[in-house]
Design a protein around this ligand. Structure first.
Ligand SMILES: Cc1cc2nc3c(=O)[nH]c(=O)nc-3n(C[C@H](O)[C@H](O)[C@H](O)COP(=O)(O)OP(=O)(O)OC[C@H]3O[C@@H](n4cnc5c(N)ncnc54)[C@H](O)[C@@H]3O)c2cc1C
Length: 283
């Protein structure tokens, strides 16, 4: 994808292949880029206004399709950094230097460009605030109905751009003034590689129930108490909610990061059914 004009949506009727004729076409939306900003030295934040978007839950993703003038199309998945009703959708894309799509999204896309998106997608890697009305209605009487409705604590674990859906969850948690204990462990290479840096610091500073733990794998800020280095099993054990508290754990990042962390969580006693993972690819 080398030409920004290729980001415009194609009409469904321009697809000639007869084999595709019976395929459902509903669900693809035209998204207009309404704002862009540099997120890190090699990542961009894109704010889209999506025609007919039904809103989305925190943690969901979408498929984004680009079409070249010769009809060649390429589709990639992107997590949604925003949640709730309305047609605004925020993405944050990390540029893979040899990638086909991400350099185009980070370097070429401009306000006013149009993209095609499909979604929202995903039902499992999702967090929803506690329904306080339902908790009140259930009361605190015998039988523990209200307690059963209260959410279990949440541990978020992100590697690199895997922060995107977890940021949506942390924001939804704060906006709902949800009292569920939330912890986030976020591993990045250097302080310059933090996505949503200001917002995350503000969320942590403003809340008694949201705690942010950062791990720098290549370079730490000045005065940082720990050495730079990858998350280890011991560091994970020290930072995350213990298995005895039965947290729901959301892990997101490159495939290697997610698989390493998920296997350590199992070794640390977490039930596999409580671990929700989203793999972004790579190793
Ligand atoms: C559900 C889901 C949600 C996602 N959400 C986001 C998101 O919010 N932000 C974001 O930046 N990306 C996200 N991704 C990754 C995204 O879909 C693309 O894979 C990524 O942008 C690379 O696409 P590309 O066309 O530039 O690279 P490609 O041309 O597909 O790949 C180029 C090279 O990079 C390798 N590679 C591909 N993906 C990765 C990776 N994640 N890490 C390391 N190496 C990789 C490939 O093996 C290949 O060697 C998500 C993926 C999934 C499945």
């Amino acid at each position: 994808m080398s030409d920004a004009s290729t980001a415009t949506a194609t009409s469904a009727t321009s697809e000639p292949a007869p084999a595709l004729a019976a395929m459902p076409r509903a669900g693809w939306h035209v998204a207009t880029v309404v704002a862009t900003r540099q997120e890190t030295a090699k990542a961009a934040r894109l704010e889209l206004d999506v025609d007919g978007w039904p809103g989305n839950a925190a943690g969901q993703h979408l498929d984004l399709r680009l079409t070249a003038p010769d009809g060649y199309t390429v589709t990639r998945s992107y997590s949604i950094a925003s949640s709730g009703p309305g047609t605004r959708v925020v993405l944050a894309v990390d540029k893979l230097p040899d990638g086909e799509v991400s350099p185009f999204l980070v370097d070429e896309v401009r306000v006013g460009d149009r993209l095609e998106v499909h979604g929202p997608l995903g039902a499992f890697f999702v967090w929803r605030p506690v329904d306080r009305g339902a908790v009140r209605a259930a009361g605190d009487g015998a039988g523990g109905a209200a307690s059963a409705l209260r959410a279990r604590p949440v541990q978020l674990i992100a590697g690199g751009s895997g922060i995107v859906p977890l940021f949506a969850m942390a924001t939804a948690h704060a906006e709902a003034r949800d009292l569920t204990p939330f912890r986030m462990l976020y591993s990045v290479r250097t302080p310059d590689d933090l996505f949503f840096a200001e917002e995350l610091m503000a969320l942590a500073a403003a809340s008694d129930v949201f705690r942010l733990d950062l791990v720098y794998t290549r370079r730490t800020p000045d005065g940082w108490p720990n050495l730079a280095g990858r998350v280890t099993r011991a560091a994970l054990a020290a930072a995350v909610l213990p298995a005895t508290e039965r947290p729901i754990v959301y892990v997101c990042g490159s495939t290697g990061f997610v698989e390493r962390v998920a296997s350590w969580l199992i070794e640390l006693g977490h039930d596999a059914r409580d671990i929700r993972t989203e793999r972004f690819g790579g190793i």
